[in-house]
Design a protein around this ligand. Structure first.
Ligand code: 5GP
Length: 188
């Protein structure tokens, strides 16, 4: 597949655990990493930018990417929207020797474990279940029904954390960032 020149790192973890904040922080400290922008059928949240946060695509566009083999992995997340990793850009970044970050859900992580077994799999966990609920409700980007769906998914994800190579507990963004940089072999 030509995917063996750079290295890939999977980052996964439940809703609202702070993956986005930690990864933004990690990426701001180094130019050695390449973040894979996923495609999604969900609508942008206020402030999200097409092509930067996600490629926001229609259901038809998503289907056609899947059918043409253009997705490295994809999944229906929280039982509603589809999210996937566009294959071509990842292959190019890896061929250029980059360290590639793939932020995906549990299903996507499992698919990548099969297709790219050499990719290190990192799970970001909350300090506690109560704290996770508090963060999700506090950020107020989802309605009540969507929050409940996300918490249901989170239970399954937390139960699967032992599948991952490394578990990082996000009780401080600075500490979690430092741990990830260390795992990636990047000195600040
Ligand atoms: P959100 O809607 O909060 O941005 O993301 C919801 C979930 O989708 C997160 O758990 C995130 O990790 C997952 N996700 C984002 N991009 C991808 C992707 O390309 N593939 C898969 N399988 N999951 C993704």
């Amino acid at each position: 597949m030509g995917l063996n020149e750079g290295s890939a790192f999977v980052v996964s973890g439940p809703t609202a655990v702070g993956k986005g904040t930690i990864l933004k922080n990690v990426l701001s400290k180094t130019d050695k990493l390449w973040y894979s922008v996923s495609a999604t059928t969900r609508s942008p949240r206020p402030g999200e930018v097409d092509g930067k946060d996600y490629f926001f695509v229609s259901s038809e566009e998503f289907d056609s990417l899947v059918e043409s083999g253009g997705m490295l992995e994809w999944a229906t997340v929280h039982r509603v929207h589809r999210y996937g990793t566009p294959r071509k850009a990842v292959e190019e970044a890896m061929a250029a020797g980059k360290k590639v970050i793939l932020e995906v859900d549990l299903d996507g992580a499992r698919q990548i474990r099969h297709s790219m077994p050499e990719a290190l799999q990192i799970f970001i966990a909350p300090p506690s279940w109560e704290e996770l609920k508090h963060r999700l409700v506090g950020r107020a980007t989802e309605g009540k029904e969507e929050q409940e769906r996300r918490l249901e998914t989170a239970k399954t994800e937390l139960a699967a954390q032992s599948e991952f190579d490394v578990v990082i507990i996000n009780d401080s963004v600075a500490d979690a960032t430092a741990q990830i940089l260390q795992i990636l072999g990047i000195s600040e």
